[in-house]
Design a protein around this ligand. Structure first.
Ligand code: ADP
Ligand code: MG
Length: 355
């Protein structure tokens, strides 16, 4: 089937199509008085709530590789990474503005796939796609999402409020996204090798990725922990500090300690890692704990609560207590399974501009 070039429907035709795909996201946001179609989106804020806003940019070859990333997943991920930042403030996402730049080789069908993913994710999170901007690109796909959320002032959670004695909590499990990325890179290299040698790359040489689906899903289709934010609200808990894990547990814990002026001690044995992630680490002769500490794109939440609140969250199996906040002069340490304490400040996450 030949694909339709964007030039055949033009920018206005494309925006009409985008508006159609975004339409189902409007249902859950009655406060959005004007969505796609006018010069600006119009939103009626509720007087009592604080507004939080964030933006995240995804650039082809820096953040994603179209060889290993289905466009629908990419659209969903572009929404999820912003929702994750909103969640990290203990806030609820309300609407998003989406700017895209695409090369001339991009087809109408590809835009449709991208927006299907965005629209599906937006509906799941209860936020509206309210507008954006569209441009041509001379160097790959760029997707920039801006998102606005809301939270009651007494629930707003920043990075800087952790106190010595607070419990350090993490949601879900860690290391899966790094495992997924390693597997996809391995498969991509096998594929490129076959192409270079003029050998067919088909089902008979492809790894059966089904057995790795949990890790690959973590990488390609991460979910922001809005469920945890809703849980915290339902129990009337405002964590003393919170951050989302986009650059590895070590560096996020470091951010909390720096902003809160504290130290921290976490325990290796309590870091939640699934058996499937451990199995993949063994297979690739790598280390699952290192993935959990330094692997990016996890989108779990890291937060602290006073010890007295422990009982209120202890029935939620998606939350693990991994350690305790300490005095600033005690530093930031991880105790390994033998009880040896290792300085965590020497272990850093992903940095776009290092090396
Ligand atoms: P202007 O030229 O005034 O910026 P545009 O023609 O760029 O207007 O946009 C028209 C409408 O379509 C606006 O409501 C804008 O928010 C929306 N829009 C444009 N591009 C996108 C996109 N990629 N995703 C979602 N909405 C978009
Ligand atoms: Mg515009």
């Amino acid at each position: 089937m030949p694909y339709k070039a964007i030039s055949t429907i033009g920018e206005f035709g494309l925006i009409d199509k985008i508006a159609e795909l975004a339409e189902p996201t409007l249902q859950s946001v009655p406060e959005l008085l004007q969505g796609i179609g006018d010069d600006c989106a119009v939103y009626k804020p509720s007087g009592k709530l604080l507004q939080v806003s964030t933006t995240d940019l995804l650039a082809e070859q820096v953040h994603f590789d179209l060889l290993t990333t289905p466009l629908k997943h990419l659209g969903s991920k572009a929404i999820s990474v912003n929702v994750s930042d909103i969640c990290a403030m203990n806030a609820l996402p309300r609407y998003a503005l989406i700017s895209i730049a695409v090369p001339a080789s991009f087809s109408v069908e590809m835009i449709e796939e991208l927006y299907k993913g965005m629209s599906h994710a937006a509906k799941e999170y209860g936020l509206a796609i309210a507008g954006g901007d569209t441009s041509a690109s001379r160097s790959g796909v760029i997707i920039s999402v801006a998102m606005i959320g809301e939270v009651a002032g007494e629930l707003l959670t920043e990075r800087g409020g952790a106190k010595p004695g607070d419990l350090i909590c993490v949601t879900g499990s860690l290391g899966g996204a790094a495992a997924g990325l390693k597997l996809l890179m391995r498969e991509k290299n096998i594929m490129l090798e076959h192409f270079e040698n003029n050998e067919p790359y088909n089902k008979s040489v492809m790894a059966d990725l089904k057995e790795y689906s949990e890790a690959i899903q973590c990488q390609l289709l991460p979910l922001a922990r809005l469920d945890i934010v809703r849980f915290l609200h339902s129990r009337n808990i405002r964590p003393t500090s919170m951050i989302d894990i986009s650059d590895g547990l070590a560096s996020e814990l470091h951010h909390i300690c720096r902003r809160s002026n504290t130290g921290a001690l976490i325990h290796e044995s309590r870091i939640p890692i699934t058996p499937s992630t451990r199995r993949i680490a063994d297979e690739l002769q790598d280390d699952a704990i290192t993935w959990a500490l330094t692997g990016g794109e996890e989108y779990q939440l890291l937060f602290t609560i006073p010890k007295a609140k422990h009982e209120v969250i202890s029935d939620n199996r998606e939350i693990s207590v991994i350690g305790e906040i300490t005095d600033p002069d005690e530093g930031i340490f991880i105790s390994d399974i033998y009880g040896m304490q290792i300085d965590l400040t020497s272990i850093r996450g992903f940095d776009h501009f290092s090396g």
